[in-house]
Design a protein around this ligand. Structure first.
Ligand code: SAM
Length: 238
């Protein structure tokens, strides 16, 4: 067992000739720095650091035997979902993996995201997930599994802050009763400015929304170092 799929070309932006040329020029000029390819949203929406964090969190839910299925809310074209599924597959885990999306937004993708999702799973020899197509406002009320061990929430499409915050709040409200004790929930774009991390803070209201939701439950989210993008997680108390 290893976690080298974190930088597998299947999940990582390939280093191209131009990148290699600039890197050798930088070395020639004595620049003591690595050139790390930026995540390209057309290819991946998840930094290598986020994949490292995801690997440990998924692994943790499995290693501690947290009961339930795995869910991804906002799967888009399924690249990050496929990464999570690859961890389940390598573990030989038989948990069901549910993905949710309206598939209404192409976000620059030329293909239909639902078709791309199936291709992204098939090309990595992964079994297809259970797809719940439709708006969260409809699907989450009736189509979340009764017990969830691991959830990921990634709903950013550049909507107005009040709509986006209300959507996050709605998703958390639907998820919370289904999360098993010890379950992990990863929230994309959760950013803590106090961390001092020089990461993107695309949606500053996400931290406030998540923190306000968790406070009455006595739970605190943790902002994770995740490179250029931000995310964090919380664990439902046992
Ligand atoms: C940033 S993308 C997710 C990226 C994906 N997690 C990844 O890592 O590749 C956000 C997704 O949330 C979905 N979404 C946003 N609002 C939604 C809603 N109300 N119901 C269903 N899906 C929604 C969009 O369709 C989009 O695919």
């Amino acid at each position: 067992m290893h976690n080298f799929q974190i930088c597998d070309p299947a999940f990582e932006r390939p280093v191209d000739g131009k990148h290699r040329a600039v890197a050798s020029l930088a070395r020639f000029l004595g620049v003591k720095a690595d050139l790390i390819p930026l995540p390209d949203p057309q290819i991946q929406m998840c930094t290598p650091e986020q994949r490292i964090n995801l690997w440990h969190l998924v692994e943790q839910a499995l290693a501690y035997g947290v009961p339930g299925d795995f869910v991804d809310l906002g799967c888009f074209d399924g690249r990050t979902s496929a990464f999570v599924a690859s961890i389940l597959a390598r573990h030989g885990a038989t948990r069901r993996f549910h993905v949710y999306d309206s598939f209404e937004h192409q976000l620059g993708l030329s293909a239909d995201p639902r078709t791309a999702l199936l291709e992204n799973f098939a090309s990595r020899q992964l079994p297809p997930p259970v797809i719940h197509a439709g708006r969260f406002e409809t699907t989450l009320r009736h189509e979340l599994p009764p017990a969830i061990a691991f959830a990921q929430l990634d709903t950013g499409i550049g909507a107005l802050p009040e709509f986006h915050a209300a959507l996050i709040q709605f998703c958390l409200t639907q998820l919370w009763p289904k999360l098993s004790p010890g379950a992990i929930c990863v929230v994309q774009d959760y950013h803590d400015p106090a961390s001092g991390a020089a990461a993107e803070n695309y949606y500053p209201f996400i931290k406030t929304t998540v923190d306000e939701f968790l406070a009455p439950h006595g739970v605190k989210a943790v902002a994770l170092y995740s490179g250029r993008y931000s995310h964090g997680f919380f664990r439902k108390p046992r």
